[in-house]
Design a protein around this ligand. Structure first.
Ligand code: NAD
Ligand code: UDP
Length: 315
């Protein structure tokens, strides 16, 4: 029934994760309004959706107010790779804080349920391992990563205050490192960097000794988790960790990508960026309990699918 179709706003919908989310929402028969200022997102990520009459793309910066009528909001707009978010730190912070205020104000006015894409970065360089949602984190508020980390922390505060003060229906997920097709090839993130370097036969740049760890989640698993979180009853707000608890060193990731691409690239060691977290692994017991969610895609399989994507765009 056309009348009962959900009208859903996705901010950052032309980005890596947002474009997969738009696809999944259309598959569930939502009417999707994709809002993006194309700061790090690309029109080609959503080009295949433009022919669908239920899909609409709007160029807009969420640091400015937006007046639309929707039933649900997914707030993903924010540059996510360290290179991108450190390029214009003030804009990054504005996107997280002013963007959250604008989207929460919209949610309040139209009584929409609203999802916030928070991040494992709220845990900073964690002193508790793995990280449960109850951990308050260890963030340098003055460092180069603070524009992103503190912006996302302030956005979480705004979400919970809008809920307590204005009864806005919120859902907050803390997303851990995610990878997959449509990552930006030049965004400097470790998976895209290593795959592009391996495919071009260039040196693989390991920052530091490569013994720092990350836990990599495939984008399909993440989008599934976001969908399950949005479907929970209004009593469950999060924050909930969404990530793959399998932890790898950056060196192991490099070796795996070299093997899967059969590359001749050599590993080279470069200085470790400031405030680079030493380890990161989600405790996903809350997601398992509340969402019945466990990631399904193993790193090898997800990397193969991501490598195939990068092969298709490399000249
Ligand atoms: P991305 O850079 O590919 O996507 C972000 C999108 O937001 C882009 O399309 C960009 O153009 C848009 N955008 C940025 N500022 C905007 C603004 N002011 N107004 C409108 N649009 C704006 O990044 P992604 O990896 O798809 O990340 C999506 C969300 O998930 C982000 O909020 C990010 O913080 C969060 N997240 C991602 C990861 C990850 O590993 N990819 C991990 C944790 C959290
Ligand atoms: N990294 C690396 N080589 C690269 C890019 C990143 O060794 O070419 C390291 C980086 O220092 C960090 C890890 O890989 O320890 C993950 O970096 P990314 O930027 O992907 O995400 P984040 O640090 O935000 O988790």
């Amino acid at each position: 029934m056309g009348f009962s179709r959900k009208r859903t706003l996705v901010t950052g919908g032309s980005g890596f994760i947002g474009s997969h989310l738009c696809e999944r929402l259309l598959a569930a028969d939502h009417e999707v309004l994709c809002v993006d200022n194309y700061y790090t997102g690309r029109r080609q990520n959503i080009a295949h959706l433009l022919g669908d009459s239920r899909f609409e793309a709007l160029r807009h910066d969420i640091t400015l107010p937006l007046y639309v009528e929707v039933d649900e909001i997914y707030n993903l707009a924010c540059p996510a790779s360290p290179i991108h978010y450190q390029f214009d730190p003030v804009q990054t912070l504005k996107t997280s804080v002013h963007g959250a205020i604008n989207m929460l104000g919209l949610a309040k006015r139209v009584k929409a349920k609203i999802f916030q894409a928070s991040t494992s970065e709220v845990y900073g360089d964690p002193q508790v391992h793995p990280q449960p949602e109850s951990y308050w984190g260890h963030v340098n508020p003055l460092g180069l990563r603070a524009c992103y980390d503190e912006g996302k922390r302030a956005a979480e505060t705004l979400f919970f205050d809008y809920h307590r003060q204005h009864h806005v229906r919120i859902k907050v997920a803390r997303i851990f490192n995610t990878y997959g097709p449509r990552m930006h090839p030049n965004d400097g993130r470790v998976v895209s960097n290593f795959i592009m370097q391996a495919l071009r036969g260039e040196p693989i740049t390991i920052y530091g000794d490569g013994l720092q760890t990350r836990s990599f989640g495939f984008v399909d698993d993440l989008v599934d988790g976001i969908g399950r979180l949005m479907a929970t009853d209004d009593g469950f707000l999060g924050p909930v960790n969404l990530g793959n608890p399998e932890e790898f060193t950056i060196l192991e990731l490099a070796q795996t990508i070299v093997a899967l691409t059969q590359s001749r690239s050599q590993l080279v060691f470069k200085p470790l960026p400031t405030d680079d977290p030493k380890q990161r692994q989600p405790d996903i017991s809350l997601a398992q309990e509340k969402l019945g969610w466990t990631p399904k895609v193993q790193l090898h399989d997800g990397l193969k699918r991501t490598i195939a994507y990068f092969q298709s765009i490399v000249e």
